[in-house]
Write a protein that binds this ligand. Structure first.
Ligand code: AMP
Length: 113
């Protein structure tokens, strides 16, 4: 989709540090990391937010599977991690191409602010 920065990353016109890719899903380092490990996992297909995910159950499963794989590959299995989706204004979503934050490498707090 034009003007979508994450579509640009999928197409290769926007640079990124990729950590995992298959035909449907891409994972890359967040440009402003909130933890020692902060990876964004996205579908290559443009889906604006979690509100549209109901129509894409198989693709959402691919994302969860990629998160599991990347978490293990980046050394997060032993201590744990968090997988987060921010949706809409109250969720503080800033990029409207659905993405899941894989965050770990330090002790996280709960509940979120
Ligand atoms: P959210 O606020 O949940 O929509 O998260 C958007 C995330 O995308 C933020 O954590 C940003 O730091 C990250 N981000 C924005 N642009 C880029 C980029 N070009 N490469 C990597 N991460 C980015």
């Amino acid at each position: 989709m034009a003007d979508c920065i994450f579509c640009g990353i999928v197409e290769g016109t926007v640079p990124s540090e990729k950590v995992y890719e298959n035909d449907k899903v891409l994972a890359f380092r967040d440009i402003n990391p909130a933890a020692p490990v902060h990876v964004l996992i996205i579908p290559k297909k443009h889906i604006p937010s979690l509100l549209e995910a109901e129509e894409e159950p198989e693709l959402m499963g691919e994302i969860i599977a990629a998160a599991s794989k990347v978490a293990k590959e980046l050394g997060l299995a032993e201590k744990g991690f968090r997988l987060v989706n921010n949706c809409g204004d109250h969720g503080l979503q800033t990029v409207y191409h659905i993405h899941f934050h894989l965050v770990g490498g330090r002790q996280l707090s709960w509940p979120p602010g």
